[in-house]
Design a binder for this molecule. Structure first.
Ligand code: LAN
Length: 735
């Protein structure tokens, strides 16, 4: 359970003044909900520090001069790290709000409702906080976005609507009424995206005939590439796509629907403009609201789904279907058991749980899922949400370690680093999943680090690399203070994983190698997510792996010398190829060009490239400098991610996380040897924004996945300003 995060309701907890602070934070959020879409994770801060500062708190005292002085930076860093270390937990990890997507909680609530465990899983306080969250994140037009900052979509609105109704809100409630108006004004819930159709069908207020097929038989296709069709085997999909469509195909394949309760029957009438009986389900299969459409179906999908739709007549109830369903369940159980029922993500977590119930409602497997639902729930002043993962524990901890070590003040925070070291140590995956791995479509895990916890355990290329770098940074400190370093043997295992992950194009993907061609994206049926079908090479993952290999090489120059050198070489060429003509890189997992600039510049720096000897580095810096805001910072909007062009925040506002990434990029490229003025302006911005406590405010959303959905990284506002100020202190001020 190391790193596990579960919020519990304590009816007797909290002093009167704490309760008052909680209420004040909740009320402030609700009062400003239309402008301030983001919680500042104040409940966590209150619990860890005993008091909270919010947007009404005055920032640090004004800076005295144009020039940033050493003592100013050092004291900002001391305050920043001291504050941040208070949020650290006893096992060494940093918890934080990992919410953002709006389509996750409905899956949990619908699954609990259908399987009859809603009232045992969710206590009244859970339900009240979930409703607070849903009320807070309604847009002005009555609808709900794909994520907390997004425009209204059918996917967000219809699913949030049924969730509120299941949680007990009456249809006449004004929040429900305005949401329902939005749905009906947009032609009703038949226009929801395919994943929304799935959840409504599970609940019983949408017909399975209105869904494009996800037949379980695809799991019985041959895998080998020489067969041709093998290239489209789901075992070659990106693991998140594969692990969602796996249990989905089971539920679809047996038409798993809950009881037709009075609520469900009523929802059938609430969600559509006409009567439920008059819906043309065949036509509904391909309907999708324009608000939701990010990746429209290419015509080839229409042909494919039409043929499969026809084939369903033969497959449904056949012995082939029975065999396919059994095969799918073997894989569902394997996933459950190897993640201790956490599952790889929030979507397959609840569909797997539903599958276990459909297979046998009294099963041990179903019961074991229940306690792990809480791992995904998080409470902040905006209410209770379902997170995008069971947390970002390991990821944030490795960054925090590297940030603190980069400040040159590590010796002042050795307790904090010792605890963090423990978390990094216990979270490394020490063995592969049960084999044969190929039979389960799994990559090796031994030596890797996961994104969240050891229990979750799925290996990831860049998490392994950040884990390795954190381990190396700590190994450079006094073991009497921070604990004995992780053994060389284990570091070698990690290097083995990193090398194994490199793709033919020289880049690195996320959890596995790229296993098929990007043409497979043609069958992406999700409508709202881009690039989900296969695992692609990414600049961020490549950079993390290269910087880790380069640092490792310093310490162990003889270990797999030639392989490491060749790998760095191929990586460099990948990074150079990915750079756009304007000097930028597109970021896939953070917002967006500023995030990728940091990774791009670090990768080139790892192979000895700086502005002094590299055209690519210079172009990258010039790109960033061209985007600097009038106040000296950087402020990038999430729209960059979906539009793939740099998008400033409204009013050319800057925000600390983007500013910190830009500063880190410029310093790693060596730009400070040319000129320090613009970097210094950025640094002043970070200092100006710091709160007296040492915290920074949560600003706009900074994480993303699949081009179109945003996700909160609450820890970034602490980690990255500390890291950027730290590198400024050491590399520029030479302190
Ligand atoms: C994550 C979180 C971590 C993230 C990084 C390690 C930061 C990145 O560098 C590589 C990709 C990865 C592992 C990643 C991939 C997509 C995830 C798993 C998420 C953004 C967290 C949630 C998201 C997942 C796909 C959400 C569920 C939605 C689906 C479309 C299945």
């Amino acid at each position: 359970f190391q790193g596990r995060q579960v919020w519990e309701f304590d009816a007797h907890g909290g002093s009167p003044s704490e309760l008052q602070s909680v209420k004040a934070a909740q009320d402030a959020f609700t009062a400003n909900k239309l402008t301030q879409k983001h919680s500042s994770d104040l409940l966590l801060r209150l619990q860890c520090t005993g008091s909270v500062e919010d947007s009404t708190t005055r920032r640090r005292k004004g800076l005295k001069s144009e020039v940033v002085s050493g003592p100013e930076v050092t004291s900002a860093l001391r305050d920043g790290i001291s504050f941040y270390s208070k949020l650290q937990q006893a096992d060494g990890h940093w918890p934080g709000d990992y919410g953002g997507p709006m389509f996750l909680m409905p899956g949990l609530v619908i699954t609990c409702y259908v399987t009859g465990c809603l009232d045992t899983v969710l206590t009244d306080p859970h339900k009240a906080e979930m409703l607070r969250y849903l009320k807070n994140h309604q847009n002005a037009d009555g609808g709900y976005g794909l994520h907390i900052e997004g425009h209204s979509t059918m996917f967000g609105t219809a699913l949030s609507y049924v969730t509120m109704r299941i949680l007990g809100l009456p249809a006449e409630d004004e929040v429900c009424e305005s949401a329902r108006r939005w749905i009906l004004d947009h032609e009703g819930a038949t226009h929801i995206t395919s994943w929304g159709k799935f959840w409504l069908a599970v609940l019983g207020c949408y017909s399975w005939d209105g869904m494009n097929p996800t037949p379980p038989e695809i799991w019985m296709l041959p895998y080998a590439t020489w067969t041709g069709i093998g290239l489209a085997h789901p075992g070659r999909f990106w693991c998140h796509c594969r692990m969602v469509y796996l249990p989905m195909s089971y539920v679809y394949g047996m038409r798993g629907t809950g009881k037709l309760t009075p609520l469900v029957l009523s929802l059938r009438e609430e969600l559509y403009p006409g009567s439920y009986g008059s819906i043309n389900w065949n036509a509904a299969r391909n309907q999708c609201a324009s608000t939701d459409l990010y990746y429209p179906h290419p015509w080839i999908q229409d042909v494919l789904w039409w043929s499969l739709y026809k084939a369903e007549g033969l497959l449904l109830g056949s012995s082939l279907r029975k065999k396919a369903l059994q095969e799918v369940m073997r894989h569902v159980h394997y996933e459950d058991e190897n993640t201790r029922y956490v599952c790889i993500g929030p979507v397959n977590k609840v569909i797997n749980m539903l599958c276990c119930w459909l297979e046998n409602p009294d099963s041990e497997a179903f019961k074991r899922h229940i306690p792990r639902l809480y791992d995904f729930l998080w409470v902040a002043e905006d209410g209770m949400k379902m997170q995008g993962y069971n947390g970002s524990q390991l990821w944030d901890t490795t960054f925090a370690v590297q940030a603190i070590c980069a400040t040159g003040l590590a010796h002042e925070f050795s307790d904090c680093l010792r605890r963090a070291h423990n978390y990094v140590d216990v979270t490394q995956v020490r063995e592969d999943c049960p084999g044969p791995l190929s039979a389960w479509y799994r990559h090796i895990s031994k030596g890797a680090w996961p994104f969240s916890t050891r229990d979750h355990g799925w290996p990831i290329s860049d998490c392994s690399s950040e884990g390795l770098k954190a381990a190396l940074s700590i190994a450079a400190l006094d073991p009497a203070k921070v604990g004995a370093p992780i053994s060389d043997e284990r570091l070698f295992d990690c290097v083995n994983v990193i090398l194994s992950y490199q793709n033919g194009d020289g880049g690195w993907a996320t959890y596995e190698n790229t296993r098929s061609y990007s043409a497979l994206e043609l069958i992406n049926p999700s409508e709202t997510f881009g690039d989900i079908v296969i695992d692609y090479s990414y600049v961020e993952c490549a950079s993390a792996c290269m910087t880790a290999l380069a640092e490792f090489q310093h310490k162990h120059p003889e270990h797999r010398r030639a392989e490491v050198a060749a790998s760095l070489n191929r990586g460099q060429r990948f990074i150079e190829r990915q750079q756009r003509a304007d000097g930028s890189w597109y970021g896939s997992w953070g917002v967006c060009f500023t995030y990728a600039a940091w990774f791009g510049c670090e990768a080139l720096a790892a192979v000895g490239k700086t502005v002094a000897n590299s055209e690519a580095q210079l172009r990258a810096c010039e790109f960033l400098l061209g985007k600097q805001c009038p106040d000296g910072g950087w402020g990038e909007s999430y729209l960059s991610c979906q539009d793939k062009v740099y998008s400033q925040l409204e009013g050319q506002e800057s925000q600390v996380v983007n500013t910190a990434w830009a500063i880190l990029a410029l310093i790693s490229a060596g730009y400070h040897h040319r000129d320090t003025k613009q970097i210094q302006n950025g640094v002043r911005c970070l200092l100006r924004q710091q709160l007296p406590s040492g915290d920074w405010l949560q600003e706009h959303i900074t994480g993303v996945f699949n081009r179109n959905c945003m996700i909160t990284y609450a820890n970034y506002r602490n980690i990255f300003p500390i890291w950027a100020l730290g590198r400024y202190r050491v590399d520029v001020l030479k302190l």
